[in-house]
Design a protein around this ligand. Structure first.
Ligand code: ATP
Ligand code: MN
Ligand code: MN
Length: 333
């Protein structure tokens, strides 16, 4: 399921920024975003662009972003955190579409990708039976908090490496994939080295896909300070049933096959789950902190129910990420 990178939303609230004459702080979904003064009144529709929207070159409405390479990033303006971009609905051609409409394609926006894969490294498309790895940002899907209420759940550390999927089809050989592609065996991508290290072609039961974060030297900034590349599993998918293993299933699977999981920070059950503060502010606090044993800020957390749940808000598995705002600012991500 693709999240809505660019959609029709509403400016719920506006407030002045001390010492600033031309800008205001607006609230759109769960996001605080700085807007031009006078461009919106509370309740107005807007076009909201999430972080990592790459605006089209050549569109007059996007021209002001040229100095920033057309990429929407987290910024701090006059001391106010601004995440995303809100522009007037008038940039859209034609009639105003309904609230929530995805307008990424009509506006020609794409998601910023840090690096495109080299053609020689790829052996084919990402396998169709396996869902790609992705997590929605909590601030874009506040409805998930109501959906999580009353469920036992767990919180893992979001690792800042690169996504890998290992799939053993019912027939045929192991496939190792990056976020979007099946990788050639000789590729310089570390996924195949990990596949060999864990003998995944024999260890993985047929029909299963293991998904995790590759971390280590040469990957992002190696914030875990590892001396060699390691795989931290966050999902196991059974393609025969089309379902993910639940938390206990994943822990058991990894123990059995001697795989590591992403760090589990909290498992919240029973009374603690019933009385848990599911407010945005609380989650933003939980997302703060450092990778254990390092002085490196963690990227954030990922939250999921212990038992897999369907989320009506997401139209898929109930699972979301909360990015550490300190991390976003430091890395201008
Ligand atoms: P970016 O391109 O900015 O790095 P991303 O590829 O990390 O983005 P996001 O949408 O930010 O994608 O986050 C989802 C990704 O986070 C997943 O695809 C997965 O690779 C990674 N991830 C890291 N730690 C975890 C975790 N504990 N649970 C689930 N996913 C995780
Ligand atoms: Mn994503
Ligand atoms: Mn990432």
């Amino acid at each position: 399921m693709e999240r809505k990178l660019v959609s029709v939303q509403r400016v719920d609230h506006l407030e002045p920024i001390a010492g600033a004459d031309n800008i205001q702080k607006a609230r759109v979904m769960g996001w605080d975003v700085v807007v031009k003064k006078g461009e919106f009144a509370p309740g107005d529709p807007c076009i909201f662009f999430e972080i990592d929207s790459l605006l089209p070159e050549g569109a007059p409405w996007a021209e002001f972003m040229r100095p920033r390479g057309f990429r929407v990033k987290t910024a701090r303006l006059r001391g106010v955190l601004s995440q995303g971009l809100a522009l007037p609905i008038s940039i859209l051609p034609g009639a105003v579409p309904p609230h929530g409409t995805d307008v990424r394609d009509v506006l020609g926006v794409v998601k910023y990708e840090p690096a495109l894969s080299d053609g020689r490294e790829i052996s084919g498309p990402f396998p169709g039976q396996v869902p790609r790895t992705d997590e929605i940002r909590l601030q874009s899907a506040l409805g998930v908090l109501e959906e999580l209420r009353g469920h036992d759940f767990y919180v893992t550390t979001k690792l800042d490496g690169t996504s890998a999927t290992f799939f053993r089809p019912l027939e045929g050989e192991l496939v190792a994939c990056s976020r979007n592609w099946a990788l050639a065996r000789g590729a310089s991508h570390p996924a195949w080295r990990i596949a060999d290290k864990y003998a995944l072609d024999t260890v993985l039961p047929a029909g299963f896909a293991v998904q995790g974060e590759l971390c280590g030297p040469g990957i992002q900034k190696n914030r875990l300070g590892l001396t060699e590349v390691e795989l931290f599993v966050f999902s196991v998918h059974d393609t025969r049933t089309g379902r993910y293993l639940d938390h206990a299933g994943l822990i058991g699977f990894c123990a059995e096959h001697k795989l590591r999981t992403v760090p589990v920070e909290h498992v919240v059950t029973g009374d603690a789950a019933r009385t848990f503060d599911h407010g945005l502010e609380h989650y933003l606090k939980l997302a703060q902190g450092f990778y254990t044993g390092t002085r490196n800020r963690k990227e954030g957390i990922v939250v999921r129910p212990l038992t897999e749940c369907h989320s009506p808000t997401l139209g898929g598995r109930l699972s979301f990420k909360v990015i550490n705002n300190d991390f976003l600012l430091k890395d201008e991500d």
